[in-house]
Design a protein around this ligand. Sequence first.
Ligand code: F3S
Length: 290
Amino acid sequence: MIVTIDPKAGFCFGVVKTIQIAEDELKKREKLYCLGDIVHNKMEVDRLKKLGMLFIDHEEFKKLRNTIVLIRSHGEPPETYDIAKKNNIQLIDGTCPVVKKLQSRIRTQFEKDQESDGQIVIFGKENHPEVIGLTGQTKNSATIITGENDLEKIDYTKPVQIFAQTTQSISRFRNITKKIAKKYKKNKKHTNTKPVVNDTICRQVSNREPVLVEFAKKHDLILFVSGKHSSNGQFLFEVCQSVNPRTYKISSPEEIQTTWFNGINSVGISGATSTPGWLLENVSDVIKKI
Ligand code: F3S
């Protein structure tokens, strides 16, 4: 059985940067707090725990004083920075530069909207940490839409600026923004406003889609390795599954079932932008033993 690891899989540059910051800081001190899981991957979280990283939630963060806390690549809302200032917490900002830029664009737009009575719409997953950080830039006034069912939340008589969570699917974003534009057109007798679409999807995920399609087609079976809560992991897994029905999603090598490989000659291993390369290697080693 031939086993191949997708050469394009592994951490995106935003996650690489945050993990590097974490490892560098852990060399300087015995422990370091991180606000939330550093990546949506339990195996990587467990590895960093062994190096001294302490993962805390927002309630625990509020109780901390006079210490140092790492912010992960998803970013945080302004409220987190305010709490840190008040409680003398030094923040090490591991926010991905792409997310940081998006936060700043949304904040600038929100400030402009105060004069024009505009509204901000974010296409993303409700309660996802990145989306919480983005809506925080608008004092939580932005409308979050995850699909067609949410279109009624938009006020079609007001100007709108639409942004996307960085890890969303480009095709889904295009479809939904077309539907919004149609609704604005219908409403023309009330307003001359056209929606402004800001495609803020990170190409680190979307550029993988066509390459992943080819990779998934080439193998009899695909093992897609991803944390259960990873948005891009779910999206990229579905991409593989759409062209290769023998695609299985696993979060660790323990979930592999030997019966999957009956009559299989080639296995491709891929993963999310939050799946570490070492985990893909582990999965490969387990399959080779089978
Ligand atoms: Fe950043 Fe894009 Fe990765 S937004 S965290 S480089 S998927």
